[in-house]
Design a protein around this ligand. Sequence first.
Ligand SMILES: *Cc1c(COP(=O)(O)O)cnc(C)c1O
Length: 457
Amino acid sequence: MDAVRMHAASPESTAIVDAVLDYSRRRMLAADVPLDKPQSEAELHRLVGPTITDAGLGAARALSVFEHVLAPACLTTSHPLYLSFIPTAPTMAAIAFDLVVSASGLYGGSWLEGAGAVHAENEVLSWLASEFGLPDTAGGVFVQGGTIGNLSALVAAREAAKARLIAAGKDLPTRWKILCSVEAHSSNKSAARVMDADVLLVPAGEDGVLRAEGVREALLAHGDEICAVVATGGSTNFGIVDDISGIAALKDEFDFWLHIDGAYGLTAMLAPEARHLFEGVERADSVIVDPHKWLFAPFDCCALIYRDPDSGRRAHTQHAEYLDILTDVDEFSPSDYSIQLTRRPRGLPMWFSVATYGVTAYREAVSAGLALTRRIADEISRRPELRLVRDPQLSIVVFEREGWERADYDRWSSALLDSQRAFVVPSSHAGRPNTRFAILNPLTTFEDLVGILDTMK
Ligand SMILES: *Cc1c(COP(=O)(O)O)cnc(C)c1O
């Protein structure tokens, strides 16, 4: 077979592109997307049969297998009643533009190769930085997700701490410590493991909030060994915001790197009514927020922003003879700011979406999620058989059904998914089973949520 067949323009290529675009178009514009559900590996094996063959199945057959068997075995995480973990809810413009990013051979790692794309991504990062109150000079890069964003920021923090101690003529600690709340996201603890650093877990209050006193005590006790203090701007389980303003104020007393893990919740700063919860973010040395969570971008996308981008660059620039042409210049190359070299310009779908709809539409969509959460929390409090585990601060509401054991939640959750009504999984807090709604999709309605509560009577 001709070696160029798979790449060249031809009637066969046209048919493949048409079939894939047609599928994408139907899926994007469907009024009612299915929730779908997983299948066992044995069942998929039985239904699909072997797909990797010497001769190839042909596009029609491969696409058909995907559309009729594989895709229905994947949950639609952007479904309005996918309410577990943290859902995703990309805008139409963002989803459509994701295809453009793949279609165009764009490389987002360096200015030399991707100047236009990088410029657009940087526009979005600058806008976010200004929403967070960071200086005009703040900047960074879109990385794959919050886990990589946190790790990249914490590595930059450690390099900065090292430089500070060396400049002061002090010894470096044998082990670095990263301070965070017991309620902080697992990715911070995972970052510490990757960095071979220790995690200094500070207890949060009953309400889940990490407060300045605990951080202050730890800074007094461990001082120079602490390379970063992580405050959470919206915990993943509860959507609780740490006392960022109190923790940030400790900078008047101690010299430390403040990282804000806002993967899920920092988005709420776009809503004027929630901004006050995040006072102090403007003093952060680094922040992350995941547009693939509450900023309406498709997977996978985390915005990592440094107050001083040079601190990211010093930690992350990779050097090699073949890369000197990129790193010996002053141009802004995104790969210099995180743990990754090759990158798609994954911020472009969000850029296109914000450029299309404007910032006001984003504020309104975020406010709507906050208001709906408040409303359903009130409804939960009114129901005698239900109990809020904590009062929601953002868009996650965690609640218990009186008298239910874990097995009751399991049965109820499975029935909701089997009937394709909703995806709401059991969770737990302090050893007690519960369930939660994470609400951020503008297509989720109060009536939908009330309908789910009715199934718990
Ligand atoms: C989701 C989340 C992360 C991890 O982000 P990924 O994109 O899943 O890697 C980190 N921190 C918080 C607070 C999160 O909610």
